[in-house]
Design a protein around this ligand. Structure first.
Ligand SMILES: *Cc1c(COP(=O)(O)O)cnc(C)c1O
Length: 402
């Protein structure tokens, strides 16, 4: 006898996704979850047995596989083993965690920092700890899913403003009742578009309307600012962001997340945020790798210079070929394709020529704005980027994107 469950909403949702994936696989248009089998520096990798140029990495400074960072991780395993004795509050804190948090605070020119075991959990926990029922959160429409989830979980009034639209941001601030706590939150560099938040204006509005300010620096640390310190350095603004959030999983080739800010706020989060209290501490190898990475960024300033030059070469080349790269000014370079199918076609053509590029389609981006979300790193060579531009341009013409 067939059970009713086979027809219920959960089964239907599962079946719809299974069908969508099966259809893409049958047409050789499924590109996700491909195993990388070997690293060849930050700019190349072995995928499906082929040596490919890597244009889908979050490792903007090419630090993955860096010998100093690998050695730091190995030494930490030898000294502390592979895990911790539990959560930070009880037996899980190591001197490594304390040093890592000091290193981050120093790097971000903040009084203190708190780390968590993922960037996603950081946003979820920090936002929902600081904000609650009756408070107002005002969030950019293109903010990362982890921010949106944190806002929903907080129970606060959750209002969004049109992407990077400062007039709408001010409208929302004015709509909030005068006596409620307000938090404005945005990605510093937007993860799908690569454009930069108008921080000077956001700061002005937050000061004018007495709002707290939080920036998610997942894609700006090691990308923006002369020394890679991020959005405040980029705009030459000093310490203007109350809650400086970032991840340890992108430019920093480890895993985890952090917030930096005033000491009292960090103490509060250490004793009130649930991801800190109820989830195990960062493993020693990952904490040590993260700490060494911040030092490498400062010791090897050529990486920031090279990233900037490579970004300019890549965006400049795509634009002069006629591609729409939207408003990006950073190493995240959307190559706009239009509908999902054209993004799949361009991906297939690039991968056939050994460029590891990936499509981002709806619902991750709005319908009709499907794209290749490509990235360059500090360690690509000028010749590699020239080759990639040549391949993308030829394929773009054949498919009719340009
Ligand atoms: C990746 C990302 C996160 C989550 O970080 P993880 O360390 O991968 O969990 C948060 N915010 C933004 C903007 C991101 O791109």
């Amino acid at each position: 006898m067939e059970s009713n469950r086979a027809k219920d909403a959960v089964s239907q949702r599962i079946q719809a996704m299974v069908n969508r994936v099966a259809d893409l696989k049958a047409r050789e248009r499924y590109f996700y979850n491909m195993p990388v089998t070997e690293l060849r520096g930050g700019a190349r990798a072995i995928v499906n047995g082929r040596d490919m140029g890597m244009y889908a990495s979050y490792g903007y400074l090419g630090l993955l596989g860096h010998p100093r960072i690998g050695e730091a991780a190995k030494a930490a395993v030898d000294k502390y083993g592979t895990g911790t004795n539990g959560v930070r509050t009880l037996a899980g804190t190591l001197d490594l965690h304390v040093e890592l948090e000091e290193t981050i605070a120093d790097f971000k020119h903040a009084e203190a920092a708190v780390t968590y075991t993922s960037g996603y959990a950081t946003n979820l926990s920090v936002i929902s700890t600081l904000m609650g029922r009756g408070d107002w959160i005002i969030s950019d429409k293109y903010n990362h899913a982890s921010i949106v989830d944190g806002c929903m979980m907080s129970g606060a009034m959750f209002r969004r403003f049109k992407h990077n639209d400062m007039a709408e941001l001010e409208k929302r601030l004015i709509q909030a009742p005068a006596d409620v706590a307000k938090l404005v939150i945005a990605d510093a560099v937007f993860s799908m578009d690569g454009d930069i938040i108008d921080l000077p204006k956001v700061v002005e509005l937050c000061q004018k309307h007495d709002a707290w300010l939080m920036m998610d620096e997942a894609h700006s640390v090691g990308v923006l600012g002369k020394t890679g310190r991020g959005i405040e350095e980029h705009f030459g603004l000093g310490d203007v962001v109350d809650i400086k959030m970032g991840t340890l999983s992108k430019t920093i080739p480890s895993v985890g997340g952090y917030v930096a800010g005033k000491k009292d706020m960090m103490d509060y989060l250490r004793h009130a945020s649930r991801a800190y209290i109820f989830s195990a501490a960062l493993p020693p190898a990952q904490a040590a790798a993260a700490m060494e990475s911040f030092k490498v960024i400062l010791d090897e300033p050529w990486r920031m210079e090279s990233l900037q030059a490579n970004t300019d070469q890549f965006i400049g080349g795509l634009k002069s070929a006629g591609f729409d790269t939207m408003l990006t000014e950073t190493a995240i370079v959307p190559i706009l394709c239009g509908d999902d199918e054209r993004a799949y076609d361009l991906t297939a053509a690039c991968q056939a020529k050994d460029l590891f590029m990936l499509p981002v389609v709806s619902p991750a981006v709005p319908n009709g704005l499907a794209r290749l979300r490509s990235t360059v790193t500090a360690t690509h060579t000028t010749d590699e980027i020239a080759y990639a531009l040549d391949v993308i341009t030829k394929a773009g013409k054949e498919i009719g994107i340009i």
